[in-house]
Design a protein around this ligand. Structure first.
Ligand SMILES: [Zn+2]
Length: 345
């Protein structure tokens, strides 16, 4: 009976994970279930048929103790890790004065009246997570690193392939076959050694998204698959982070800034469901015009740096669309969906 109960808990844990329920909620569910059954076993006589079938309270208490210990250990590690990140951030934040090198390096930003020294200071004290070191991630990485963003996190599980090089301009030919995140770290260090880079050599999933997002000021979605886009959107909504989102297709690209916590729509308000199979071609299926990555990625970097430096107006509630084949661009208004399954709850 106890095995059946534990199997049931494992199966519901896996099913809830498959349906996108966060790890924290699933953890709470497991502990409440264990505590309810354990308390019941402690309250009823040991001769009760349920107690007998469960082997008494001791086996379940042991399982609860092991799980509780594991949970506490993970929590302890997380606190330690956050503390070390805080120390990293404190290092960045304490250096509120620019060195002579930085004054010269960022002088063309500092003399922009809309950005100025204060805006550059905000950029230096900020942190950005880039999801996907591909066609969009590459130009974003270049401009954010060159602009002196304090902390840049990059998450990607892919390797550099020969067909990437036509548009993913941070990777030289000799990096083919290497993990993208580590090649990206090299590229950033060569560009600007002041940037603190955090590589995540893995695929983003719903179990880790909220925890990672909570450590950054702005999230950049430069992925090429819809599953990751919806995971990023849900986690950005929960953690109340700006989501700068870009997409590419053959000759056309689009950019928007999603932020339901600022009254703007989220990604799912505009795209409630992924397109039907075959309607949205990936780069490998439909091709992509090389400099289009640069145009759209650069617009994403523009939006990110404006958010960080608090200058100008961003693309909140608007979508910028660029058609490279016709040389046309336009902006459309996008509105929150009151019935959005992600941000209206
Ligand atoms: Zn929404």
């Amino acid at each position: 009976m106890i095995l059946a109960f534990l199997t049931f808990l494992v199966l519901t844990w896996l099913l809830a994970g498959y349906l996108g329920v966060s790890q924290n909620l699933r953890m709470i569910y497991v502990f409440i279930s264990l505590i309810v059954v354990l308390v019941t076993l402690l309250l009823i006589p040991e001769t009760n048929s349920f107690s007998v079938s469960m082997g008494g309270w001791a086996p379940l208490a042991t399982v609860s103790f092991i799980l509780g210990g594991t949970f506490f250990f993970r929590f302890f590690i997380k606190v330690l890790r956050n503390k070390s990140h805080d120390i990293n951030r404190a290092d960045v934040k304490e250096s509120n004065e620019f060195s002579n090198h930085e004054l010269e390096r960022y002088s063309r930003h500092i003399i922009l009246k809309e950005l100025g020294g204060l805006g550059q200071q905000r950029i230096k004290n900020s942190s950005v997570l880039i999801i996907g070191a591909g066609g969009l991630g590459a130009p974003v990485i270049q401009y954010l690193a060159a602009s002196g963003v304090g902390i840049i996190g990059i998450i990607d599980h892919d390797k550099v392939s020969l067909s990437n090089l036509q548009r993913q301009v941070i990777f030289p030919t000799k990096k083919v076959g290497e993990q993208k995140v580590f090649s990206a770290v090299d590229a950033i260090h060569k560009l600007n050694s002041n940037v603190n880079v955090r590589p995540y050599n893995r695929r983003l999933n719903s179990d880790i998204a909220e925890e990672i997002f909570s450590e950054y000021d702005v999230i950049i979605d430069g992925t090429d698959n819809f599953e990751t886009r919806y995971i990023s959107n849900a986690a950005a909504n929960v953690t109340k982070k700006y989501l700068v989102s870009g997409a590419l297709g053959q000759w056309e690209g689009q950019v928007s800034v999603f932020a339901p916590h600022k009254g703007a729509p989220c990604y799912a308000c505009v795209f409630p469901t992924p397109p039907k199979e075959g309607l949205a071609l990936t780069c490998s299926e439909g091709g992509v015009f090389s400099p289009l990555s640069g145009v759209i990625g650069s617009v994403m970097a523009v939006e990110t740096l404006k958010i960080l430096s608090q200058s100008g107006n961003t693309l909140l509630g608007q979508m910028f669309i660029y058609d490279g084949l016709r040389g046309e661009s336009r902006k459309i208004k996008i509105k929150p969906n009151k019935k959005c399954p992600v941000c209206s709850i």
